[in-house]
Design a protein. Structure first.
Length: 154
C-alpha cells in the first residue's frame, strides 16, 4: 500500500511538472502569450474561457487545488497500475509504456475529443499540438509510476 501511494505521489508530481513545462510554458505562456492563446486559428470560445469569462479556470488564478487534485489522480493511477500490471509483460519499459498508453487514451484523448474539439471548436492543428503535450505528460506519469512500482525493495 505504501509503495503504491508513493508511486502515485511521484506520478502526480511528474504530471504537474510536465504540465508546467508543456501547457504553461509553451501552450499558454507565463505572460498569456503562448501558442494556444495567440494562434490566429484558435477558437475565440476557448480563448474567452481561459482569459475573459469569469470565473477564470482555477488553474489560472488559484492553482493549488488543481495541483493537489492531480496528485490524487496520480495516486488513483498508481492503484490502477497495481491492479493491472500483473497481466502485462514483466519489466519497467513494457509496463511504463502500457500505463502511459492507458492514461493517454482513457484520459487525455477523451478530454481533447469531448472538450476542445466538441465544446470549444478548437482547430485540429492545435488539438494535435495539445495531444503531443498530453502524450509527454502521460509518459512522464506512467514511467514514474512504473519505475517506483517495479523497483525492488532495498
Amino acid at each position: 500500500m505504501k509503495k503504491t501511494i508513493i508511486a502515485g505521489l511521484a506520478g502526480g508530481m511528474a504530471m504537474n511538472i510536465s504540465m508546467l513545462l508543456t501547457f504553461r510554458t509553451l501552450g499558454f505562456g507565463w505572460d498569456g502569450k503562448g501558442i494556444l492563446l495567440t494562434s490566429s486559428m484558435q477558437s475565440e470560445k476557448l480563448i474567452a474561457v481561459w482569459t475573459k469569462i469569469e470565473p477564470l479556470p482555477l488553474v489560472v488564478n488559484t492553482p493549488l487545488p488543481i495541483i493537489l487534485g492531480l496528485m490524487l489522480f496520480g495516486i488513483g493511477h498508481a492503484f490502477i497500475y497495481r491492479s493491472v500490471a500483473g497481466a502485462w509483460p514483466v519489466g519497467f519499459m513494457p509496463r511504463a509504456m502500457r500505463m502511459s498508453g492507458l492514461i493517454f487514451f482513457m484520459t487525455y484523448l477523451f478530454w481533447e475529443f469531448f472538450t476542445p474539439f466538441n465544446q470549444f471548436g478548437e482547430p485540429l492543428q492545435l488539438i494535435a499540438l495539445e495531444l503531443s503535450f498530453w502524450a509527454l505528460i502521460a509518459v512522464a506519469e506512467g514511467a514514474v509510476i512504473a519505475w517506483v512500482m517495479e523497483r525492488r525493495a532495498a
